[in-house]
Structure formats: C-alpha cells, structure tokens
Ligand binder design. Sequence first.
Ligand code: G4P
Length: 531
Amino acid sequence: MTRPNSKIAQEVAMRRTFGIISHPDAGKTTLTEKLLLFGGAIQTAGAVKAKKAQRHATSDWMAIEQERGISVTTSVMKFNYRDYEVNLLDTPGHQDFSEDTYRVLTAVDSALMVIDSARGVETQTEKLMAVCRMRNTPIITFINKLDREGMSPLDILSDIEEKLQIECVPMSWPIGMGKRFKGVYNLYKKEISLFNPGEDSKPKDVITVKDLSDPVLDTLLGSQADELREDIELLEGAASPLEMRHYLSGSQTPVFFGSAINNFGVRELLDAFVEMAPAPSPRATTTRMVSPEEESFSGFAFKIQANMDPAHRDRIAFVRICSGKFTRGMKVMHHRLGKEITISNATIFMAQDRSHVDEAWPGDIIGVHNHGTVKIGDTFSAKEPLKFTGIPNFAPEIFRRVILKNPLKLKQLQKGLTQLAEEGAVQFFRPVNAPDYILGAVGSLQFDVTMHRLKAEYSVDAIYENVNFGVARWIRCEDPKKFAEFEKKHSHNLARDAEGHLTFLTTTEWQLGFVEEQWPDVVFLKTREAD
Ligand code: G4P
C-alpha cells in the first residue's frame, strides 16, 4: 500500500468498512469468526457464538431472540489485518429484521456475499443484493461449504449472474467438492492450495504450478487434474477478466471458493478483500459530496440500539464517521435539533469488548450514548450544516392495531412507540380520523419484540388486533387543490407516521394500483429518506 501524505489520508487509506450479506445458515457467523481469528480480535473459535449466547443470558428483551434461536442484534467488530484497520458491521440474518440490515448497509463501503454451495442464491441474499445495488456497493463473493456436495461451480456462477444480475469473475476454482474436494486453484497466482480438513492452510499446502500442463498437477490430483484443466479451459473462454472499475461500481464480483468451517480459503479471501475493497468513499449530502479526507468531522447515525447493557437501560447510536477526525470530548452540531452536543463518552466496538474511544477516523463506527435525542439518519458535523442522504425508511408490509389493556397508560404507550420508532424497531401510524395506533413492520417478529419491550421498558400492557391494511405509501402532491380533494375522498385511508408524514394505507397492491390510476397527480412512495 503506498502511503498518502496527510495523516487523515493515511488513516482513510488503511480502513475497510464492510458488511456480510447472506441467507441464514450460509455460514456468515462461521466466516465472521474466522476473519476475527485472523485479525487477532479473538483467540479461540467459538467465541462469536459464545458471545451471542452470553448476550442472550444478560439481556432481558432478547429472551425472544433466545427462544427463537436467532440473532436480533447488530454489532460492530473492529480488527486489524496486515496494515489495515477493518470494521465489520454485522447484520441480523433473520429476514424479519431486514430493515435493520438495509440501514447497516448504508454505513459500509463494500460487502462480502456468502453463498452456500449447495443452495445457491437464496431469497434473503436477493433482497440484500437489491439494497446493495441502490448504492452500487462493491461486492466480493465467497462460495462456502465446498467440503459438502453442492451445485457445480459453473451452475452456482450462472445462478448468481441470473438472479443477482452481477457478472461473476472467479479468482479461484475448486478442485472437486464434497468427499472429492482437493483444494482450490488460484487463477491469478497460478497456485494450488491443498485442502486439509480442519486446518488453516500452511505454506507447504500451497503449490505453485507453471501452467496447467505441469505434470505436478497429475501427481497431486490424479484423475482430477484433467477435470481441472477442462474446467479452466472452459472458464477462460467464457469469463471476462476482472476490471477494478466494474467491481467498484458493483457490476462485477470477484468470486472465491472455500469452506469457512475448515478455515479453508478464508485467508486468501481476507488478503484479496483488504487489497481490493475500497477505502471509505465520499458520501452524498443534500448540499454536496463530502470527502473522507476533509479535516472537518462529520458522521451519521445508522442504527440505534437499546439495552446493550440491561443494567443501564442505555441507548447507543451507532455513528459512521464520514470525514475528519473524531476526538473524545468533541463538540459537534446535531443538525436536526440545531444544537451543539459534546460527545464525551463515545465507544468503539471490538470483537469481544467495547472501550472508550479517544480518536477515530472516517470509516470507523463509534457508539454514542444518548437518551432519546438521536434518531436514525441524524447527521453530526463540526460547523457546516450537512444532511447525509440515502438512509431509507421502507414502507411496512404488515400491520397491527395496538389496543391498550389499561387506557390510563396512553402516555407511556406514546413515549414507548415514539422511542421504538426512532430506533427503527417498528413504525407507527395515526389515522387522521381515528385515535388509533397502527403499527407497521416488515417482519412479524418486530411486533413480538415491540410488545415485549413495551411491557418490559414502559410498563404498557397491550394486545394486537388485526387490521385490514397490507400496503403503505408515503404521499406527495405538487397541486394543493388536487391534494385537498384526494385527502377528502380518502380520509379513511390516511394516517400520519411517527414524524408526521402523510401516509396512504390500503388493503392490497391491486387496490393501490387502482387509486394510483385515478389520482395521477399524487405520488405514492415506497421508501422515504429519514428526516
Ligand atoms: P449463519 O451465520 O449464516 O446463519 O450461518 P452459521 O455460520 O451459523 O453456519 C450455519 C451452519 O453451517 C452451521 O452448522 C455451521 O457449522 C455450518 N457451516 C458453516 N461453514 C461451513 C462449511 O464450510 N462447511 C460445512 N460443512 N458446514 C459449514 P450448524 O450445524 O447449524 O451449527 P453448529 O452446530 O455447527 O454451530
């Protein structure tokens, strides 16, 4: 890595901030653990899973998570690898929390996609990929579980290309799979890495071959040598070479093969990742692009997490630094509130711990303690009023009406729902002509968590009632007269969201289409930028 001149440019150049996208069970946790082992952030395998279990035991509302055996939380893990500082933003695998995952993806500079070789592209990966495409996030692909029988490598690649509309460029190629898995051939270095189950590859397991006709191949691989030769010949005719600009714009993905559980192919993946993946990139605001190398500090909150420490009932806003240097005790402008705040006790997250941070740089994530003053999407900067864009609210797809068991708890309900909506845990809507609270979510587990937290944290006893809504759209109209007409005609379908934005609620997409046709001047939006 050539070192740029200024201190900030140096710090930026050595940072890699990324997330892993995958369908549950593809091996994200296993791969995360191996990456952390290489980064020296943990010492023993099993620590990430153990940490998960410990979190279950200590956090009360996460009892839900424990019951269902899924991970609800998102955490940030920082580790060093070679000259690089790597920030890995973990994402909840369960699709009911996909909104959270979408927002985490707004804070990364690139992503690693893990695919199970037996299952190919699965639904959750497709959804996450669609989000990555919104921001042209560069993606490196890891095809996992080669130690098991799976689809043929060519079939996996065409599955990815077809379903995800991204061109695959294999960087390595597997030699057999399942019981016949011998290792991978690195197409660029012309090296064979031999597979020894359960062991990290040692230098002796990496064999350089002059070219594919090298007889050493036959000695090492027996009859599989010719299979490899045929595969590579086929590939060379079909695959395009990797072009960095295509990778960086998200239209090509370099592909690696391996087995996370056996630690096979992981080091190669990590080496390629730190070398290829982009350093923190410029970010758009409503007024201009902000370069990470600007001296002046800026950042935005992409995630709020409550009850990280149940003893303190705290809320932590995860802030992605976009430019400048952060120092402890720094005063920054909280632009939505129009006031200056001092960030005295920011936290940085290591794999197994969190510690106070004295300084941090673009690409780093800091945790800012707050008592309800930070919302997702909030921007902090030194002086200039900035507002980072691209942090979306997604229209919910399922709805419930909240019925209080004790009507005297209305105030607590209001407070609880407002805070939960600020965290992005759930959305709520107040119909314009009824005093109801309608909750909206993308996945039904969000409702369970909301009810659990309302009771545990706000002493609100409530139940849900089904409502006849299945679609929500935020609405806008340039023509006030037409809008007034629309509002009058459809008042029973109108509600205000937590931030007061007018929303159209209806039963089905079909019904929505019908109304859209009738009111061409009204715009119906599926996503809304955070205020
Ligand atoms: P996730 O976070 O993406 O949901 O997946 P996770 O890493 O938890 O892995 C899902 C399952 O796949 C686990 O098995 C894990 O051990 C297994 N796995 C991960 N990588 C590989 C691999 O390279 N080869 C094979 N054969 N299996 C792999 P499990 O039985 O569900 O859990 P556990 O009892 O092993 O923890």
